[in-house]
Design a protein around this ligand. Structure first.
Ligand SMILES: [Zn+2]
Length: 301
């Protein structure tokens, strides 16, 4: 998971609550009229608009917001509501009928792969390296650090505007990490086997709980995901090894002609390592941490 600078892409026009005639404004007005009526069926359609899909995919480079896998090669994206639009659960208990007013809120939408978003039985790697089976995937799970802070409904008297809607949940602190708003990189470390763990550098209990809950709920140690991260780590380790060797040979080389050749190779290898750290690459948050650790004091990347 990596923090994404969401200011780089404008809010899709269909989600503009400052425009009373936008699809989002019209849909929310209809939802607010029905939400307290018993048995009323509410359908949410606006968030499925292709304009939103394209904007999210551009912002997140076709990667899942939670696990950083490039899902687009093998599966369609799930437009994920960070705060569930209907029926919020904590464990097995339903705690609210959902954040219905955030169903078409730009700040509440993320692109997700199916495995992170949908609750399913899956094999995952435990912190002690055992492979276990169990239910993972976010589904409608949405626990708060303090359940007493939960906002259960939108204040109907408030004017519908982008600011009023997106700030309506500012007082809540989610237990799950959100790559739109949280400095997620500081929360995690990675083992040499590609297993994601709570960062040793985290001393705050709430931060540690948020990291652990995110690993478990999104299923960030699914067997296939750990394997995919391990492949990237192997690639990094091979090129880091090569670069360290080249730098040592350059230091020892007497011939200026041979040294120039070795330097040319080292520039090429460094460039290649840099490409693995760019935002569009899968698992780049892990790659950055690992490369910085491996090349600390040798090369600044
Ligand atoms: Zn994912």
């Amino acid at each position: 998971m990596r923090k994404v600078d969401c200011s780089k892409i404008d809010r899709p026009s269909c989600l503009d609550y400052d425009d009373k005639s936008s699809p989002a404004s019209k849909e929310l007005k209809g939802v607010l009229e029905k939400i307290d009526l018993d048995g009323a069926k509410i359908k949410y359609q606006v968030y499925k608009n292709l304009e939103i899909k394209y904007s999210l995919e551009k912002l997140f480079f076709n990667k899942c917001a939670y696990c950083e896998t490039n899902y687009s090669i093998i599966q369609p994206v799930d437009i994920e509501h960070f705060r569930p639009k209907a029926s919020v659960k904590v464990g097995k208990k339903v705690v609210s009928k959902g954040y219905y007013w955030l169903a078409a809120c730009w700040e509440n939408l993320l692109p997700s792969c199916i495995d992170c978003n949908r609750t399913r039985n899956i094999d995952f790697v435990h912190a002690d390296s055992r492979t276990l089976s169990g239910k993972t995937g976010k589904g409608n799970q949405f626990e708060l650090v303090d359940e007493n802070e939960r906002i259960l409904k939108f204040n109907h008297r408030k004017k519908l505007s982008n600011v009023n809607i997106s700030s309506s949940v500012d007082k809540e602190q989610a237990l799950l990490l959100n790559p739109r708003f949280d400095e997620v990189d500081e929360y995690f470390d990675y083992s040499d086997e590609g297993v994601i763990t709570v960062s040793d550098g985290l001393t705050c209990d709430i931060k540690r709980d948020r990291a652990q809950s995110s690993i478990e709920t999104y299923g960030l140690n699914r067997v296939e995901l750990v394997f995919a991260r391990k492949q990237v780590l192997l690639l990094i380790d091979n090129y880091v090894f090569l670069l360290r060797k080249l730098l040592r040979y350059i230091d020892d080389e007497q011939s200026s002609k041979h040294r120039a050749i070795l330097e040319e190779f080292s520039v090429y290898v460094t460039k290649f390592i840099r490409t693995l750290l760019t935002n569009e690459k899968p698992y780049c948050s892990m790659s950055r941490k690992i490369v910085r650790k491996r090349l600390k004091g040798i090369v600044d990347l």
